[in-house]
Ligand binder design. Structure first.
Ligand SMILES: [Zn+2]
Length: 267
């Protein structure tokens, strides 16, 4: 596994505790030298994460949806099926991913420097404003599936009770989906691409952003969110690649995006 200098982002050689280029000390390399553990193969870790995503998120969602339709044949609306299958599949996937990959998430919060933080925060907040405006602009550039925003906007939406779903379940589902995507398609995927290919940083961001968008579409099955999903995935991948592998800011921004949707549509 590649260990990078926290300061200048150069890939360090094995046992290069002090960066030969800028002189900064690498805590990660010190730990690796002390424990002899230079990390497992990122590609194998991504394959495991992708498999969990495929089985639990993608197929799981479909299976739960069909099951709900069969069980509640007469009273099952689209909102009911969509909402509950996403709720179950997202919580199931999130718990499994955290159990399997908890070791890969130890230093997830922030590993970059102050300059990277302000740059990433600025870029992130700009993307939050852009996708929020797009969601107001048209039904084809939504941030959350129209079936959810229509429900929130209907006047019947409640946080603690509801016939077909309720707003708390939607909030919980959307946040779980976002956190799963950050773990699998940021940390595991980008680390794997970076470690096993010779792609340039901008190509890594492009490929990572596209794969994240396709995965999001496969799970959410909402055509109307593809445009904003692409913007979000490209920006989040860019932040991840330019923050020395941090997920904290991404998770914060993604929750902020969802909360703003609730502020826009919940009446
Ligand atoms: Zn350096």
């Amino acid at each position: 596994m590649k260990i990078r200098c926290q300061n200048c982002y150069r890939v360090l050689d094995k046992n290069e505790e002090y960066c030969k280029s800028c002189g900064a000390h690498s805590e990660q390399m010190r730990k690796a030298m002390a424990t002899g553990n230079y990390g497992g193969a990122p590609l194998d870790r991504f394959k495991m994460g992708a498999l969990l995503f495929l089985i639990l998120a993608f197929f799981g969602n479909g299976i739960i949806m069909v099951t709900l339709a069969v069980i509640k044949k007469d009273s099952s609306t689209d909102l009911f099926k969509y909402s509950y299958s996403l709720l179950f599949s997202s919580i199931l996937t999130l718990c499994s991913i955290i159990i399997v990959h908890h070791k890969d998430l130890i230093d997830f919060l922030w590993n970059g420097n102050k300059k990277q933080f302000s740059g990433c925060l600025l870029l992130g907040l700009m993307s939050v404003v852009i996708v929020s405006l797009l969601s107001l602009l048209s039904k084809y550039t939504s941030v959350i599936p129209n079936i959810f925003s229509d429900y929130l906007h209907s006047g019947y939406a409640r946080f603690f009770s509801g016939k077909s779903t309720n707003a708390s379940f939607i909030l919980l589902s959307l946040i779980s989906v976002a956190v799963v995507e950050e773990i699998v398609f940021r940390r595991l995927l980008i680390d794997a691409i970076d470690d096993s290919t010779m792609l340039s940083d901008s190509m890594v961001i492009l490929v990572g952003g596209l794969v994240g968008t396709i995965a999001d579409f496969a799970w959410m099955m909402s055509v109307e969110t593809v445009v904003t999903s692409l913007i979000i995935n490209l920006v989040m991948t860019g932040i991840y690649a330019n923050s020395n592998r941090s997920l904290g800011l991404n998770v914060f921004l993604r929750i902020l995006i969802i909360v703003i949707q609730f502020l826009i549509f919940y009446v």
